[in-house]
Design a protein around this ligand. Structure first.
Ligand code: PHB
Length: 398
């Protein structure tokens, strides 16, 4: 006979130990609310998974003001603008001038490292490499999470609330019956081919380039390592591409009369990133709450994924605090609507940036010219630039 499950209790069971789950755990612990985080991946797997690299001002403030640590400021790079490049000409958007804000280039895996270290420093209960996680009794007053820890021991965690911060493949979301949730979804006929290269920066800020050959993004990581992407087919196999072919493809998409030339180096990582826009509504089922990619996914064009996840948990932490310390449900009841207001603004922004910057295989000459008209409207108008700058640097946290 199998050994009985060991019983654990806590206030909030958090499924998912990526940045959203860890930030929530950090905020709850600061408010004196007990929580346990369960993550199926290992610390090493998350640490080495490449994700987007831009943090909104509000995300940076969350990391610094809540005492995670100051590495984002000392190791990250403050960017006061981006280049929009089309027809081979760059147009700089000066975020400081336009909306008095900046963003920080600081990769998501570093945010994870910082949050995991802060949880460890503060005695947080974070369990990596757990398996067989199941969420149960979500509409009762005592939802449960079954899991097996990294030593093979089976547990049942009894909580008051469960938070699903377990990414786009969320098991928590899948536990919500289909007839009580709406799935809003669109697919795109392209993806991004992403690389890491050992080379000096090609530009001081990010370049978002639209060209007749498709989109390219020139981003950075450090003085020695750069991150770049170009639009490709969703079923592209990165292993069939030589460094020479990749550089030729990227260069073609940024070529222009100014002679801008990418600085090349060996490419040590290649991957294809899928593109989708998705929202689950509502972000709540009984005593289960979804946060981050578990509840919504954006294409990477505006770098909104991590920022939205952090904004969700800022709202959710306040709501849980009000519930746990005063027994007040009002903010928990409002969580889904409050979080979704920002989510839909970000969905619109990510969709708009994606549509304006990418090209479709079956694009007519009208559509190509219309998009150039749209890019021109943004680049040559202070109001157009301000709309982009405000969304890119992030709307204020409520
Ligand atoms: C990145 O540096 O990985 C990055 C930056 C901006 C984006 C997407 C990805 O919009």
């Amino acid at each position: 006979m199998a050994a009985p499950r060991r019983r654990l209790t806590t206030t909030v069971g958090i499924v998912g130990g990526g940045p959203a789950g860890l930030m929530l755990s950090h905020l709850l612990s600061r408010a004196g609310i007990e929580n346990i985080v369960l993550e199926k991946r290992s610390h090493e797997t998350i640490r080495t998974t490449q994700r987007a690299g831009i943090l909104e001002a509000g995300s940076v403030k969350m990391l610094t003001d809540t005492g995670v640590n100051g590495r984002v400021v000392t190791e990250g790079h403050r960017h006061e603008g981006i280049d929009l490049r089309f027809n081979g000409v760059s147009h700089r958007l000066d975020f400081q001038d336009l909306v008095c804000e900046s963003v920080w280039l600081y990769p998501q895996n570093e945010v994870f490292v910082d949050l995991a270290a802060a949880r460890k420093r503060d005695g947080g209960d974070v369990r990596f490499s757990v398996t067989d996680t199941q969420v149960l009794d979500l509409t009762s007053d005592e939802p449960k999470i079954y899991f097996t820890d990294d030593a093979g021991e089976d547990f049942e965690l009894h909580c008051q609330l469960v938070v699903g911060a377990d990414g786009s493949q969320s098991i928590c979301r899948k536990a919500i019956p289909a007839d009580v949730r709406s799935d809003h979804f669109i697919a795109y006929p392209f993806a991004w081919f992403g690389i890491l290269t050992e080379a000096p920066p090609s530009a001081p800020e990010l370049i978002y380039a639209n060209s007749e050959h498709g989109f390219a993004l020139i981003s950075q990581r450090s003085g020695m390592v750069q991150r770049m992407y170009f639009q490709c087919d969703p079923d592209e196999d990165p292993s069939t591409w030589s460094d020479e072919q990749i550089w030729a493809e990227l260069q073609k998409r940024v070529d222009g009369p100014d002679g801008f030339t990418l600085k090349r180096g060996p490419i040590f990582e290649k991957m294809v990133l899928p593109f989708r826009s998705y929202v689950c509504e509502p972000l709540r089922y009984g005593n289960l709450f979804l946060a981050g990619d578990a509840g919504h996914t954006v294409p990477p064009t505006g770098a909104k994924g991590l920022n939205l996840a952090l904004a969700d948990v800022a709202v959710l932490a306040k709501a849980i605090e009000s519930f746990a310390t005063h027994g007040d449900h009002a903010l928990l009841d409002a969580y889904s609507d409050t979080a979704l207001e920002r989510v839909w603004k970000a969905q619109n922004f990510s969709f708009w940036m994606t549509s304006m910057l990418h090209s479709r295989a079956d694009q007519s000459s009208f559509e190509r010219k219309r998009i150039l008209g749209e890019l021109n409207s943004v680049a040559t108008s202070r109001f157009g630039q301000q709309y982009l700058a405000e969304a890119y640097t992030g709307w204020p946290h409520g």
